[in-house]
Design a protein around this ligand. Sequence first.
Ligand SMILES: NC(=O)c1ccc[n+]([C@@H]2O[C@H](COP(=O)([O-])OP(=O)(O)OC[C@H]3O[C@@H](n4cnc5c(N)ncnc54)[C@H](OP(=O)(O)O)[C@@H]3O)[C@@H](O)[C@H]2O)c1
Length: 253
Amino acid sequence: MSARFDEKTVLITGGAGTIAGATAQAFADRGATVVLAGRDADQLARAAAEIRADGGKVDWVTADVTDAYQVEAMVEEVVRRHGGLHVAFNNAGILGTPAPVGDLEDNDWHRVLDVNLTGVFLSMKHEIAHMRGNGGGVIVNMASNIGTHGRRPGLAAYAASKAAVSVLSQTAARDHIGEGIRINAVSPGATDTPMSFRPGETRADRDARMATANPIGRVGDPAEIAAAVVWLASPESSFVIGHDLVIDGGATA
Ligand SMILES: NC(=O)c1ccc[n+]([C@@H]2O[C@H](COP(=O)([O-])OP(=O)(O)OC[C@H]3O[C@@H](n4cnc5c(N)ncnc54)[C@H](OP(=O)(O)O)[C@@H]3O)[C@@H](O)[C@H]2O)c1
């Protein structure tokens, strides 16, 4: 992919996470100024230092995506420091504690929905508020192949939240393309981050499970998710609107 992001500011929520790190690196490699947003200042500073050490332009800001005030302040701070916001990757998410629906704790249900769904809604709302009056922009939301595309026992809250992110992204895409804001989603399958391990699993266990569970025979590399996000954010996908791109090694094919 030849697209460059020079003079562009890219915001990534859940910015200290694993897929976020690979995506931030991919945008930084293409000239973007990347702003990592998350809850833990120390983790963000460490993640930013790794990208800076590779020569990338990177900044960070603390924000909990479930808090409307913090999300509004996050976008304002990005714009204040960097003069604009051109691309947003709303990536923050949690798995929750797996349990059958009959045993799912109310608090866990609400927490998963708050982070994964309301967090994406709040982030988009404030990103759009800036982009719509400032030349438009591009938003990519993090859904999952567990949701619209496939289900897994014990993950009802996660699946419901991610299916809703897919639909929210498609609806928002239609709402805002007329204002020059292009919105899509990505739906990865199991990717090599802590989230891909079942409780007590070693890396060898996880890899053996994926060797048979996934048609491609392995988990995804975070760089493979990053490449899709960068493409969706680039002019190379300019006619792609309201798409939910499954990247899962064939798991839900
Ligand atoms: N790995 C997979 O197999 C896979 C597959 C499909 C989709 N996904 C999705 O990909 C995204 C990234 O996951 P990952 O695998 O890279 O996991 P990760 O390394 O755990 O990253 C998730 C990030 O989200 C942050 N976060 C959680 N709650 C937050 C909140 N309220 N406000 C702001 N940030 C918050 C976490 O920060 P804290 O340290 O503060 O909690 C963490 O940095 C998630 O949305 C996940 O659902 C992952």
